[in-house]
Design a protein around this ligand. Structure first.
Ligand code: PEP
Ligand code: MG
Length: 545
């Protein structure tokens, strides 16, 4: 096949050359097929179950090494569920009585058991519903031959998909991803953010035709600078892009010289440059890029990476690790921000018509105080290991802040009564993500130590443009005057009421706005780690006089 060129939107300026891996969801499209030899079908079932258990024990071992026993346990539970008598009796009964294929029997059993669990009162049992579907999908995948996808995971690949949900990106083996290409998606989607954090190119909104043309394993070039993706490049094109890759590496090496230097303009105005992380594994990049602190730890990834609610101890360990690694530099941990595009099965959230306007972020914490309490206790316990800021997402009103601060007080008084130490210099802050919050920022600033502007959501809510909808890209002007005025207003109000203000949305890394932000008096910019040094370079080139 000849070389083919596609255009999308580049969200991180880097080049990758590698093979395509078309990301497939583990959805089982199962057909009902009549079989004459049910004994042979039962044998197929046993072989697939054995294969599933072998896979799970490998995953268990890996998880044990990488994320510890508590997190690994779920795979042990999955292995037990596969052997469960009731589950197996149901599958075998369907094969024998209806003379049907094993895939169909597993799918029907999966639905019945998942619905049964989902209807139970106990939230632990409800969460098992997703597990039944998970193990059933695994058995079905084994029945219909999964050797191919296992083989692919051996090599580094360019992941190509229609779009990727945060819950899907956490499941990827990130060491083996060279780049992302998605047919849909938008610049503020979490796939784009993940690519920036991982320092790898991503091209989004490339269109469905690209996926139709694509075959697993074909060679691709992804240029995140220009949004170009080339299928089956010829030799001279590969050489041209390999050269571009080398130039990128050279530029990055030059930036290393800025390590240890101040973020200060030519005329002496300084600004803090922090980094955003999604988990403990992001700390390496934060330190390697010399960020002054962590301006946003998206704690919801702890929940997304887990198959059940992470308990206080698990959370405490993660927060402690981050605080200790940052050795006294500021670490701002945002409380759970799920809902909308970040869905987690075990939360059992209702399906909503407008999830971005729905029960998300702090709204979940305020309606499910037990979840909030666990997180706040873990945060305060960890606070003695460094300089912690706790930040609440999706704040809209004075009463939201009052409730969050009351929950903090409650967590602290519990710990005090138990004799558990916590720091008394923890800062509390809120995200400015809605026009409402920006407009009443005078009232809110008086209640907290800091603001951090979440421009991804602030843009979505100000312009009424769903950040997940790629079709809206032409309507999203990230520099819209309304957004900049809201940020300016929040900055003015923060300073008038004794709070400091940062920006942690993707706009913080947009160097065409750095001067504007400096003039507004923004105190801190928090960006994906690979942007810290380019931003420092920009700040040092500016004169505000
Ligand atoms: C934002 O909305 O700008 C933000 C930083 O939060 P998230 O992207 O996680 O919603
Ligand atoms: Mg947000």
């Amino acid at each position: 096949m000849a070389m083919r060129i596609f255009k999308g939107k580049g969200v991180y300026g880097a080049v990758a050359v590698g093979r395509a891996q078309v990301f497939k969801r583990q959805e089982a499209h199962v057909r009902r097929i009549r079989v004459d030899d049910t004994a042979a079908e039962l044998e197929r079932l046993e072989a697939a179950k054995a294969m599933a258990i072998e896979q799970l024990s490998g995953i268990y071992e890996k998880a044990l090494r990488e994320v510890g026993e508590t997190n690994a346990q779920i795979f042990d539970i999955h292995m037990m569920m596969i052997e469960d008598d009731d589950y197996n009796d149901s599958i075998k009964g369907i094969i024998e009585t209806q003379s049907v294929n094993a895939e169909y029997a597993v799918a029907v059993t999966s639905d019945t058991f998942a619905e049964m669990f989902a209807s139970m009162e106990d939230s632990y049992m409800q969460a098992r519903s997703a597990d039944v579907r998970d193990i059933s999908n695994r058995i079905i995948a084994c029945l219909s031959d999964c050797e191919k996808s296992e083989h692919q995971a051996e090599e580094c690949m360019i992941v190509c998909a229609d779009d990727l949900a945060p819950s899907e990106t956490v499941a990827l083996d990130k060491d083996k991803v060279l780049a992302f290409v998605t047919a849909y998606g938008s610049a503020n989607s979490h796939t784009a953010i993940l690519a920036r954090n991982m320092n790898i190119p991503a091209v989004i909104g490339i269109g469905e035709e690209f996926l139709n043309e694509l075959e697993d394993g074909v060679q691709l070039i992804v240029d995140g600078h220009t949004g170009t993706v080339i299928i089956d490049p010829d030799e001279s094109t590969v050489q041209q892009y390999t050269k571009k890759q080398q130039e990128d590496t050279h530029k990055k090496a030059l930036l290393q010289e800025l390590k240890g230097k101040e973020n200060i303009t030519k005329d002496g105005t300084s600004i803090k440059i922090y980094a955003n992380i999604g988990g403990v594994d992001g700390i390496g990049a934060v330190l390697a890029n010399d960020a002054g602190g962590i301006g946003l730890f998206r704690s919801e990834f702890l929940y997304l990476e887990s198959n059940d609610y992470p308990d206080e101890e698990q959370q405490f360990r993660a927060y402690k690790k981050v605080l200790e690694s940052m050795a006294g530099k500021k670490v701002i941990i945002r409380t759970l921000d799920i809902g909308a595009d970040k869905q987690i099965d075990y939360f059992g959230l209702d399906k909503e018509d407008n999830p971005a306007l729905g029960l998300r972020a702090v709204r979940i914490c305020l309606t499910r105080p037990e979840i909030f309490r666990t997180q706040l206790r873990a945060l305060y316990r960890a606070s003695v290991y460094g300089s912690l800021g706790i930040m609440f997402p999706m704040i809209n009103s004075v009463s939201d802040v009052e409730k969050c601060l009351a929950a903090c007080e409650q967590a602290k008084s519990e710990l005090a009564a138990e004799g558990v130490p916590f720091s008394d210099s923890v800062e509390t802050g809120i995200m400015i993500e809605t026009p409402a919050a920006a407009i009443i920022s005078d009232r809110l600033a008086a209640m907290v130590d800091f603001f951090s502007v979440g421009t991804n959501d602030l843009t979505q809510y100000t312009l009424a443009c769903d950040r997940q909808n790629a079709k809206l890209e032409p309507f999203i002007d990230t520099h819209h005057e309304a957004i900049l005025r809201l940020i300016e207003l929040a900055a003015k109000n923060a300073h008038e009421h004794g709070a400091w203000i940062g920006i942690c949305g993707e706009l913080a890394a947009d160097t065409s706005l750095t001067e504007t932000f400096l003039r507004m008096g923004i105190d801190e910019l928090s960006v994906s780690a690979p942007f810290v040094l380019p931003l420092r370079e920009k700040v040092r080139s500016i004169s505000l006089k």
